[in-house]
Design a binder for this molecule. Structure first.
Ligand SMILES: NC(=O)c1ccc[n+]([C@@H]2O[C@H](COP(=O)([O-])OP(=O)(O)OC[C@H]3O[C@@H](n4cnc5c(N)ncnc54)[C@H](O)[C@@H]3O)[C@@H](O)[C@H]2O)c1
Length: 270
């Protein structure tokens, strides 16, 4: 299916779209599903395209998308917009490209796009650093009981009820960190946890060995071994039929009782 996906640093490339896809048309019609995307991007699209934008700063309802996509040549959407066969068919036969401002593309029916010859682009690596930073933030907050501590301060309990072992939690130092899905973000997470003096980073991925990760110390193990032996488990694989609900009760039951689990990817039903 990957033949369909081409990667842009930004999904906003109206000039190349015109050159490559719309060469026979004067002004391609593009629909953007939100007004609150970077202004510069909207400006660049407007320079080249007949641009239509959903006015509200919230996900466009499906019936509205079905209505508004009719007759469009291009769609710029986000991961909150399910672009299924009904939406794609509603566009008519002139829809040539769907660009999603996201890494994930599970909200787009790629098979249907393939049958209709519609190209799909996404924006990998744009958010790798920010997702990795948030993932490590969540690991530390969960392990060190940050939320409970912050709540205690707000409730005025900090001074009066402090005790030496209160809210100590557990640390990353000396721990085993398991990363499921050692792609761009998985590797960014790994680079950020190494300076915390972790004992080891284990990983599981359908593709392996992943050399850049192994070169800095990651060790490949089977999924069950990772789940059973990690103190911290990070899920960073893309949503697919295989990964949907990957972390089910059976898997949680295999984890150490003290395990900290952070899922910043998308393996759950909405
Ligand atoms: N939380 C956020 O704000 C946010 C932002 C961006 C991306 N994401 C999520 O992060 C995911 C990963 O992004 P990325 O840029 O690292 O993608 P990537 O494609 O570089 O990495 C995904 C990795 O998962 C692996 N994988 C796929 N199926 C697997 C399976 N069944 N078992 C184990 N590993 C499997 C792939 O082989 C790949 O190495 C995206 O798909 C998206 O869902 C979340």
């Amino acid at each position: 299916m990957n033949w369909l996906l081409f990667e842009f640093q930004s999904p906003f490339r109206p000039v190349s779209l015109r050159q490559n896809i719309y060469k026979d048309m004067s002004k391609p019609k593009v629909f953007i599903t939100r007004p609150d995307i970077p202004e510069d991007a909207i400006k660049r699209i407007k320079e080249e395209c007949d641009t239509h934008i959903y006015e509200q700063e919230h996900p466009i309802p499906k019936d509205e998308l079905v209505k508004r996509i009719a007759g469009m040549n291009g769609l710029l959407c986000l991961l909150t917009d399910p672009v299924d066969s009904e939406v794609i068919d509603a566009a008519g036969s002139n829809l040539k490209v769907i660009a999603t401002m996201s890494v994930g593309y599970e909200h787009i029916d790629l098979n249907h796009c393939k049958t209709k010859g519609i190209k799909v682009s996404h924006t990998p690596d744009v958010s790798s650093d920010s997702v990795a930073e948030w993932t490590v933030t969540l690991l530390l907050c969960a392990a060190r009981n940050f939320l409970e501590a912050a709540t205690a301060i707000k409730e005025g309990k900090w001074v009066h009820q402090w005790s030496p072992m209160w809210l100590c939690g557990q640390g990353l130092a000396g721990s085993t960190v398991g990363i499921v899905g050692m792609g761009r973000i998985g590797q960014s997470v790994m680079k950020r946890v190494l300076p915390f003096d972790v004992k080891e980073v284990l990983y599981f991925d359908i593709f392996h060995p992943i050399k850049p990760a192994e070169e800095i110390g990651a060790r490949y193990v089977e999924f069950e071994d990772l789940v059973k032996n990690s103190d911290f488990i990070v899920s960073m694989c893309n949503l697919s039929d295989e990964t949907r609900n990957l972390f089910c009760k059976k898997v949680f039951d295999m984890m150490k009782p003290t395990s900290v689990f952070v899922n910043t990817s998308r393996q759950v039903e909405k």
